[in-house]
Design a protein around this ligand. Structure first.
Ligand SMILES: *Cc1c(COP(=O)(O)O)cnc(C)c1O
Length: 359
């Protein structure tokens, strides 16, 4: 089977060599030596300062909402993974959807102002497939209306925007290190802040509020990453350059063919941003074509994924009656094709020939 993704697994000897240190320390969680080392390395690789690694990429979104004191309406995107919306609802806030731009698939900033009410407290949006939102426009709106900005950067490992890590923008940014993501720790994630005071507060939040063994610094939850997760991260990290280079080559093969095809749309990546080749999304002219392509691939044991489908404003628990025509249309027509380190060029060419023969 050729799946949409395949987790990169480092040589097991390298993983166990690192794990041995946890065994020797008899210490497997609670900000141990391996996690501290992973954070130091990530700080260098990514160019980020106030951040910490977490047990997944969803809890940081929820912690951010809580820590920033947001309780009412949050402007958000309907085109993302469900965690972006569910985090808002889980924190008892109301998601207010604003449609996306049809070329970049990120929130359409020209439509944000019309959605702002006296209850709007924040903007929580996704840099979809590692493609940055219009960060400058969002910063202007946030300042004008006194809103907090949270970026769901789940897909953004290694993305730079205007010469620095994309995680350095907004009040809080998050990333996911889930095994389907570009860099992974099995399950995992991280949370980045510009403000050191907020960082200190949120660090307590992610560990039950503990301030030493017997004292508490306010309310908390458990979003800690274990030493087992950190060991995986330390074993995978040295391979990231090679992994990204390989994915870039594969994406170029895909895109060179797609650029010459009628009725195929590729995502337009924003200027000033580097690409990390985290996904290979392709947009067809209609849902019928997508379904035909999906079936033709599946018949050959090739499994693409409908990222992201459905459009999140149509989730039954959000009670949104506003239509999001662009997001709903893109969701029905977009497919993410197989892309992973061990995928072979011949396999990409096979996928391309199936698609060109089907559309
Ligand atoms: C994967 C993903 C998340 C959730 O990350 P987990 O680490 O799986 O909790 C959140 N937002 C987006 C956009 C994602 O793709």
């Amino acid at each position: 089977m050729i799946n949409v993704t395949q987790t990169f697994l480092p040589p097991i000897e390298e993983y166990t060599l690192i794990l041995n240190r946890a065994w020797r320390n008899k210490w497997i969680t609670n900000r141990g030596e391996l996690l501290i080392e992973l954070e130091a390395k990530l700080s260098d690789v990514l160019g980020v300062e106030h951040f910490f690694v977490t047990t997944n990429g969803t809890l940081p979104l929820q912690i951010a909402i809580k820590a920033l004191g947001i309780t009412k309406e949050i402007i958000t995107t309907p085109f993302s993974y469900v965690a972006t919306t569910s985090s808002i609802v889980w924190e008892n806030c109301t998601p207010v959807f604003v449609d996306i731009e049809k070329e970049t698939l990120t929130i359409d900033c020209s439509k944000i102002e019309a959605a702002i009410t006296s209850d709007t407290e924040a903007i929580l949006v996704t840099h979809v497939f590692g493609n940055p939102c219009d960060i400058e426009a969002i910063a202007v709106l946030a300042k004008k209306h006194n809103l907090k900005v949270i970026y769901d950067g789940a897909h953004c490992f290694n993305v730079q925007y205007k010469g620095q890590s994309i995680f350095n923008y907004g009040d809080v940014s998050t990333v996911s290190f889930h095994s389907t993501k570009l860099f992974h720790t099995g399950e995992g994630g991280a949370m980045f802040m510009r403000d050191k005071v907020l960082y200190d507060k949120v660090l307590y939040h992610h560990n039950f509020g503990h301030n030493g063994r017997e004292k508490f610094h306010g309310l908390g939850i458990n979003a800690k990453a274990s030493e087992l997760q950190a060991a995986m991260g330390l074993a995978v990290l040295p391979y990231m350059k090679t992994i990204i280079e390989k994915r870039k080559q594969l994406v170029e093969i895909y895109e060179n063919v797609f650029r010459g095809l009628e009725g195929i749309q590729l995502v337009r990546f924003r200027e000033g941003a580097t690409r990390n080749y985290s996904y290979m999304p392709v947009i067809f002219k209609d849902e019928g074509t997508l379904l035909k392509v999906k079936k033709a691939l599946e018949d050959k044991d090739i499994v693409p994924r409908r990222y992201f489908y459905p459009s999140l404003n149509t989730l039954d628990y959000v009670h949104s009656n506003k239509e999001m025509p662009v997001s709903e249309s893109i969701s029905k027509r977009i497919l993410c094709l197989p892309l992973y380190y061990e995928l072979k060029e011949e396999e990409v060419k096979l996928i391309l020939s199936i698609i060109t023969n089907t559309i």
